[in-house]
Design a protein around this ligand. Structure first.
Ligand SMILES: C[S@@+](CC[C@H](N)C(=O)[O-])C[C@H]1O[C@@H](n2cnc3c(N)ncnc32)[C@H](O)[C@@H]1O
Length: 265
């Protein structure tokens, strides 16, 4: 568990609620189907991968089992998530190919040119300096390497409606959201080529209905038995406000791709 000095954002109770909506081991929307969308048309077979902000480790296991990554290093800033991820890899019998490492926010404790793929799902939103992160991602990739990720981006100022602000105020996670244009520019300026972004706002407009369904009627009663009345009520209100932020075009989950240039001879 996290210590009082490093207050956990992803507490066990919070994670129970997130998995209730998004599936065992997933702390962000979409589950394995959304990973399939992120990796559509790409192969990571045999690749050495880092999963940045690995959460509970389910994605590292999926990348290894289903997408045949050669090795995965999952990194995260919360010690209890690293412990749970490690247990998950051991239970899957994959601890010879997957390892998890606790890191401090900031520069990645990884060698230059040491990996084929930098993967990240909905974790960069927590990082204040996105450009520094993309530079680090480029540094650790081998020439020709792939960065593939998803992040919670935002719309322009007109989309920061009262609804969207209510959602941001309510969730009080340390979200530091960037828009799509600035994200494209940041990834490109870090040195990636063939950069592309795919806005998932309209997908999430549909998906949020499932999330809200998981928080109603009998489902809500079951969730209450897991995390208590107050926790379940918080979750319901958070998803209701988030739906407004999505519908107003503020919350824009977005997939992105970029490649490290090959070395010129
Ligand atoms: C929304 S969760 C997503 C977890 C996982 N990728 C998934 O999709 O289930 C965001 C994760 O990023 C981690 N995180 C936050 N800041 C980070 C940082 N600077 N470096 C690495 N991980 C970070 C959090 O602890 C959390 O596990």
């Amino acid at each position: 568990m996290s210590t009082p000095e490093t207050a956990s954002q992803y507490t066990d109770q919070f994670n129970t609620a997130l998995q209730w909506m998004w599936g065992d081991g997933y702390l962000a929307p979409g589950g394995p189907e959304e990973i399939a969308e992120m990796l559509k048309g790409l192969s990571i077979k045999g690749a050495d991968v880092v999963d940045i902000g690995c959460g509970l480790g389910a994605i590292a296991v999926l990348l290894t089992e289903q997408y045949e990554a050669g090795s995965v290093i999952g990194i995260d800033v919360e010690a209890h998530l690293i412990e749970q991820s490690t247990a998950r890899a051991v239970a899957a019998g994959l601890d010879d190919r997957i390892r998890f490492q606790l890191v401090e926010p900031g520069p990645l404790p990884l060698e230059n040119d040491s990996l084929d793929v930098v993967f990240s799902k909905d974790a960069i939103v927590h990082m204040p300096d996105k450009v520094a992160f993309y530079r680090e991602a480029l540094r650790v990739l081998r020439p020709g390497g792939l960065m593939v990720g998803s992040d919670w981006l935002r719309g322009d100022e007109t989309t920061l409606t009262a609804n969207a602000q209510n959602w941001l105020d309510f969730v009080h996670l340390d979200f530091k959201m960037m828009n799509l244009e600035d994200t494209h520019a940041s990834i490109s300026s870090a040195g990636f080529k063939d950069v592309s972004l795919r806005d998932r706002n309209s997908w999430y407009q549909q998906e949020i209905q499932k999330e809200i369904g998981a928080l109603e009627g009998e489902n809500l009663t079951k969730l209450k038995s897991l995390i208590g009345e107050k926790g379940a009520a918080y979750r319901q209100e958070s998803s209701r406000l988030k739906k407004c932020a999505i519908d107003d075009g503020f919350l824009r989950p977005t997939h992105f791709l970029g490649f490290k240039p090959e070395v010129e001879i």
